[in-house]
Design a protein around this ligand. Structure first.
Ligand SMILES: [Zn+2]
Length: 351
């Protein structure tokens, strides 16, 4: 039986509805949860996020949101549970880590591949730990992340094994590959587009995962279209993995959302023409709630919440349709592809 492992339990994969493969219900860079200026009115925050999620469900038919927030970036199991309970939306949490330069707390940098594997497997099969306490809420996928983004963003330097991947990230990725193989779950990744200047970061992530025996069909390379580099994406697709088109309506590492949308749409049409329609998923990478949003306005990323979920259907889908993308292709990318990739076959002896 194929299931989606949500924070409220396993649900049949065919109940996915439209899926968003990379979003954040609650998000703050590591340490934000200690900031006086970021203190949450918890109930108001749940209501604020649940309102957006409910509109996405009622007005547009979204059925599942993958909350790609890593444990050290504000992942809050109870928050996800409360939003899911209030809205009926399937919410899939992830285990994994942020890039080494931005995340992976010191404690976890000291762990072996085996210990990291065990951490991920327990999050996926027993339940996540929050603030020293075990919860019964399980993660349903793994996130891995690479890239040099830091206080001063720049492309990643060469790391071990001739890749632009840091030493800690290399260990985390190996552990993720082993844990995902044991559980039968998906891995969705974060790359930094700046690394396209020095390498194909998606291929480098895949190489390590393949060395650990990971099924590439269960891997999504995220941020792959920001901005689109067709040769890099073809290289990833030829290795058997999937690519995620995200930052729809959100300018990241580019000057204008309009220019990025248009470039991504053109690249997508090319990949569809080449027969890759079964290997693309689409998402925003929105922050539904970032307690510092609108406060630090010099960072345009903090304004992400101004792109509403409706943008998919008022702007993005019409743009694709004007280029000849069909309803069948849209359903493939918004329902069937993410459903297939995130499904866990619990009959196969997976944990
Ligand atoms: Zn994200």
């Amino acid at each position: 039986m194929k299931v989606l492992r949500t924070v409220l339990g396993d649900v049949p994969a065919e109940n996915s509805g439209l899926m968003l493969s990379h979003e954040h219900l609650l998000y703050g860079y590591p340490g934000a949860e200690l900031d006086h200026r970021a203190v949450l009115d918890y109930d108001a925050a749940v209501d604020f996020v649940a309102g957006q999620v409910r509109r996405g469900k009622d007005d547009f038919g979204y059925g599942t949101i993958v909350d790609m927030t890593p444990p050290e970036v504000g992942r809050h199991p109870q928050f996800m549970v409360d939003v899911a309970t209030k809205t009926g939306m399937n919410v899939i949490a992830i285990t994994g880590f942020f890039p080494e330069r931005m995340g992976v707390p010191y404690y976890w940098r000291r762990q072996t591949i085996e210990e990291l594997t065990d951490f991920f497997v327990k999050d996926l099969t027993e339940g996540m730990v929050f603030a020293w306490a075990q919860t019964p809420y399980r993660a349903g996928a793994i996130k891995i992340a690479t890239g040099q983004e830091s206080v001063t963003p720049m492309p990643s330097p060469l790391g071990p094994n001739g890749r632009h991947i840091h030493e800690v990230e290399d260990r985390v990725i190996r552990a993720a590959g082993r844990a995902a193989t044991r559980v039968g779950c998906a891995i969705n990744t974060h790359i930094d587009p700046m690394d396209f200047e020095v390498t194909n970061p998606g291929r480098e992530q895949l190489e390590i995962l393949l060395e650990e025996g990971m099924d590439p069909a269960k891997v999504i390379i995220g941020h792959a279209f920001v901005p689109p580099q067709l040769e890099s994406m073809r290289e990833i697709l030829k290795l058997g993995a999937n690519v995620q088109l995200d930052h729809i309506g959100i300018p990241w590492r580019v000057d204008s959302a309009e220019e990025l949308d248009e470039a991504m749409a053109e690249a997508l049409v090319t990949l569809l023409d080449e027969g890759y329609g079964e290997r693309v998923v689409m998402s925003f990478d929105r922050w539904f709630m970032n307690p510092r949003a609108g406060v630090t306005e010099q960072d345009p990323q903090l304004l992400n919440e101004k792109v509403d979920l409706s943008y998919m259907f008022t702007s993005w889908v019409p743009r694709l349709k004007s280029k000849g993308v069909t309803d069948e292709q849209l359903d493939q990318m918004m329902i069937y592809n993410p459903r297939r990739i995130f499904a866990i076959d619990v009959a196969e002896g997976n944990q």
